[in-house]
Design a protein around this ligand. Structure first.
Ligand code: HEM
Length: 336
C-alpha cells in the first residue's frame, strides 16, 4: 500500500497515479502522492437529496461487504450526474479497514443533559448520501444503489430532503453562514495528511423534528435570540443581544489559541406538512468536535446551560459514520 507523503521516487512506477491518487509537487520539487476525498462532501448547488442508512448482514464476509459498497462508484450508479457519499459505522469500518480507522472513531451514544434533554443514538452500519439536480434522478440512483447492495445490506432508514430557498432551514433562518469557505472546507472536514484515516471524514448524521408552530409563535426578536443571528440576512447579534443559550453561542468552539475549531455542515430540510425538520449532516477532521458541540447543546457539559434551539426542535436519530478517502474506496473495490 502506498501512503500519502511517500516520495514518488520511492514508489514503483506502475503504482504511480493509480486509483484516484493525485501526484502533486511540493516547494522542494518532490512529487508526493495525495489521497483524494469523496468529492460529494463538497458538491454545491444540488437541490435534491436522499439519505439512506443500512444494516449490514452480519453473516456476510468483510471482503464481500467492502467490495459491494466500494464498487457503488461503478457506472450503474455514477452515470447521470449524481453525487454519492459513502459512510461506514465505526465498528464496520474497523472491520473492513482496521489500518485506516482513526483511534477516536466511536459509535454515537445517547447524549443526555442534566434536565433529561436527550439526543438519542440510532446507530446503523452504513450510510449513503445521494444528491443531484432533481428528485427523479436522485430517486433512480438510490434505487440502483439499494439493488446493488441487496444481499449484503438492507435499508433501515431513508429520508428525502430538499434545499429551501437561499439555504434556509424551515424556521426561516439561513443555515450555513459560518460554514468554512470552500478553500478551507477540506481542512475542517478531512483527517489531515499523516494521520490514520487521512483524507477521510468523520460524519455526524441526525434527523431533527421541528415544533414549527411553537417557533413561529415567537416574535422575530425572540427567534433571533434562539439562533444568535438575524433572520433576514443572518448577521450575528452583538454580545449584548446574543444570549449565552443562543445556538451559535453553544456550538462555536475555540481552540487553545483562540482560533475557531470548525466543522463543515451540509444539512437540508425535509418533511411532510405534519412531520418536518432538518436532516443534520456535518463532516469533521476529528470526532471530538461533535462530542463537545452536542454536550454543550444538550446541557451535558456541566456549565448549567443548554441550547435554546432544543426547546423547538428535537433529534429523533443520531449516528456517526466514517467517510473514507475516495482512493481507499477504489482500492477496497478492487482488492478483494
Ligand atoms: C435543528 C437542528 C439545527 C438547526 C435548525 C441549525 C441551524 C443553524 C443556523 C440557522 C445557524 C446559523 C447560521 C450558520 O452559521 O449556519 C447554525 C450555525 C451552526 N450550527 Fe447549527 N443547527 C442545528 C443543529 C446543529 C448541530 C446538531 C450542530 C453540531 C453538532 C450544529 C452546529 C453548528 C455550527 C458549528 C454553527 C456555526 C456556529 C458559528 O461559528 O457561528 N448545528 N445552525
Amino acid at each position: 500500500m502506498i501512503l500519502s507523503g511517500d516520495r514518488l521516487a520511492d514508489v514503483p512506477v506502475d503504482s504511480r497515479g493509480c486509483n484516484g491518487r493525485n501526484l502533486v509537487e511540493d516547494a522542494a520539487g518532490w512529487d508526493f502522492l495525495m489521497l483524494l476525498p469523496q468529492f460529494g462532501i463538497f458538491a454545491q448547488g444540488t437541490a435534491a437529496h436522499r439519505f439512506l442508512e443500512f444494516r449490514v448482514d452480519s453473516t456476510i464476509g468483510s471482503d464481500q461487504v467492502a467490495s459491494a459498497f466500494a464498487s457503488l462508484r461503478e457506472p450503474a450508479v455514477t452515470a447521470g450526474g449524481v453525487n454519492l457519499v459513502i459512510g461506514f459505522a465505526p465498528a464496520l469500518w474497523r472491520k473492513l479497514a482496521p489500518a485506516h480507522a482513526p483511534v477516536s472513531l466511536h459509535e454515537f451514544r445517547d447524549v443526555v443533559g442534566a434536565d433529561g434533554r436527550k439526543a438519542p443514538a440510532t446507530q446503523y452500519d452504513a450510510w449513503l448520501w445521494i444528491s443531484g439536480a432533481t428528485d427523479d434522478v436522485v430517486f433512480e440512483h438510490a434505487r440502483a444503489a439499494t439493488a446493488h447492495l441487496g444481499g449484503v445490506a438492507s435499508v433501515s432508514a431513508e429520508q428525502a430532503c430538499f434545499a429551501q430557498r437561499d439555504s434556509r432551514d424551515l424556521t426561516g433562518f439561513i443555515d450555513g453562514t459560518a460554514n468554512p469557505a470552500i478553500l478551507d472546507a477540506g481542512v475542517a472536514a478531512l483527517v489531515p495528511p499523516g494521520e490514520v484515516g487521512e483524507g477521510g471524514s468523520h460524519v455526524l448524521v441526525m434527523r431533527w423534528e421541528h415544533k414549527l408552530d411553537q417557533f413561529d409563535a415567537l416574535t422575530v426578536t425572540e427567534q433571533e435570540a434562539v439562533f444568535g443571528r438575524t433572520k433576514v440576512d443572518s448577521i450575528e447579534l452583538d454580545s449584548a443581544r446574543k444570549p449565552p443559550t443562543a445556538h451559535i453561542a453553544r456550538v462555536e468552539l475555540r481552540g487553545d489559541g483562540g482560533q475557531e475549531v470548525p466543522i463543515y455542515r451540509r444539512s437540508v430540510p425535509y418533511g411532510s406538512t405534519d412531520v418536518h425538520g432538518l436532516y443534520f449532516v456535518a463532516f469533521s477532521a476529528d470526532s471530538g468536535r461533535f462530542d463537545t458541540m452536542l454536550a454543550r447543546m444538550f446541557g451535558a457539559n456541566g456549565d448549567g446551560l443548554y441550547d435554546r434551539l432544543t426547546d423547538f426542535s428535537r433529534p429523533v436519530s443520531g449516528s456517526f459514520y466514517f467517510a473514507p478517502a475516495l482512493s481507499l474506496l477504489a482500492e477496497l473495490a478492487g482488492s478483494f
